[in-house]
Design a protein around this ligand. Sequence first.
Ligand code: SF4
Length: 332
Amino acid sequence: MSASLPLISDTPEKYEDPLDLMDEIDQLRKEKDATILAHFYVDGDIQDIADFTGDSLKLARDATQVTTSTIVFAGVHFMGESAKIMNPQKKVLVPDLHAGCSLAESCPPDQLAAFQEQLRSAGRQFQTVAYINTSAAVKSLCDWIVTSGNAREIIDRVPADKEILFVPDQHLGRYLSEVTGRKMILWPGSCMVHEVFSIQDLIRAKRQNPSAVIIAHPECPQNILEITDMIGGTEKMRQYVMSVEKPTTFLVATESAMIHPLQKAAPQHTFVPVPGIMASSGETCACNRCPHMALNTLQKVRDCLRDGRPEIEWKDYFAKAREVLDRSLLRG
Ligand code: SF4
């Protein structure tokens, strides 16, 4: 997987009936002794046929509970790596090896190692905290891994006399620095999807729906978070909307596929993806769809089950990454 690889496959998929594909996948899942894990940002059809759905933290934990010999991970590359790291003996398949992550790619391991060395040479005492959206090679260079769901708790575990180098998401780092009161050295990375929300459009949407509640992912820039009513990762968003009984309109500033699990969890509400409401035609703007997650399709899930590839291969540095993931996500 590389940032330079094309996002769109050269050969467009031939149309196949989704219901037939779902039946085929179901059959293959049994034949191949496989479990399907799907992130909340992949298409709703894939979430519907998955054995487990969730955010990165939940899926990393779910991956450790799988009893089948094969895991299919519908998400992006670093998530497939995490599933393999936690299950070295299992075959881990991904529907599309090109499904990367702009945020993970904004922190190449060689550049991180060089920067850490620079800080050490300058006598700085620090621990490196990485958001889970990083490659396994980067994870192996870190002390802690966090998700938006457990970041505060993990940051509290970093000794008070150490500085924190937070990678790769500068917006999440800034937000966490504010809520925990810890000073952080921020790596200048960001997610292409969460950066695109326009503050003007969001304000306009709120004016059009004065009673609407804004919910946003902490990967969004500060100006969006400042006018947000509830900031939280995907699982926290789901729990939050389920806790609100009165039918409410939510303006949702995160990847637009997230609307699917929110609608399923709390059908009494109306969910409007930001900035979709702004189009005068009423159409949804597609710029908050993650192009990497969108590479996962039902056909590719079927094909990888049928063909037994593409597969995430074990690498030497996975062992070090496993130690970090294990103490960060699974213990405590
Ligand atoms: S939404 Fe952003 S952080 Fe998530 S996989 Fe896509 S590019 Fe990466």
